[in-house]
Design a binder for this molecule. Structure first.
Ligand code: DQA
Length: 146
């Protein structure tokens, strides 16, 4: 089982970035938590953070060639802007969960539209880093119904 975790722009600043909104955990701490969770069941987990839309598009395209089974993605600000990243996920047709640390529905109106949610298997928001853990738990047991 191969799982890719993608983090969008500014998530490299977690820990110091608006901690009252995004929590105290750093991205390295979140990634280490997820890596341990995957390792415990013998799954292969790769994480990637980028501030650049094209890098994330390239990463999604590469995932198909690498045989990635499942993607967990926090597109961050690209949630609300990126048709390109959404189209990449549609192109590779790898099932994914959209995660947000904050509850975007109790924030500014511009955060309440996502280009990703209609394609996602599911969406988790407002649970902080626990949202990634829940998404990964689902991904680790998920198998396509045949
Ligand atoms: C976010 C919510 C987005 O609106 C914002 O641009 C982010 C992070 C979240 O995890 O809560 O950068 O995706």
């Amino acid at each position: 089982k191969q799982i890719l975790v993608l983090h969008g722009p500014n998530l490299n600043m977690l820990g110091t970035r608006e901690p009252s909104v995004y929590g105290q955990m750093t991205l390295a701490e979140i990634d280490a938590r997820l890596e341990a969770q995957a390792r415990a069941v013998g799954a292969h987990l790769v994480t990637c953070q980028s501030n650049h839309e094209g890098v994330l598009v390239d990463r999604v395209q590469a995932a198909a060639a690498e045989g990635v089974d499942f993607i967990i993605i926090n597109p961050a600000a690209f949630t609300h802007t990126s048709v390109a990243l959404r189209d990449a996920l549609a192109a590779v047709a790898i099932p994914f969960i959209e995660v947000h640390l904050s509850n975007v529905y109790k924030r500014e109106p511009f955060r309440q539209h996502s280009y990703f949610s209609a394609l996602a298997l599911g969406v988790i928001g407002g649970l902080g880093a626990a949202g990634y853990v829940a998404a990964l738990e689902y991904a680790l047991t998920y198998s396509v119904a045949t």
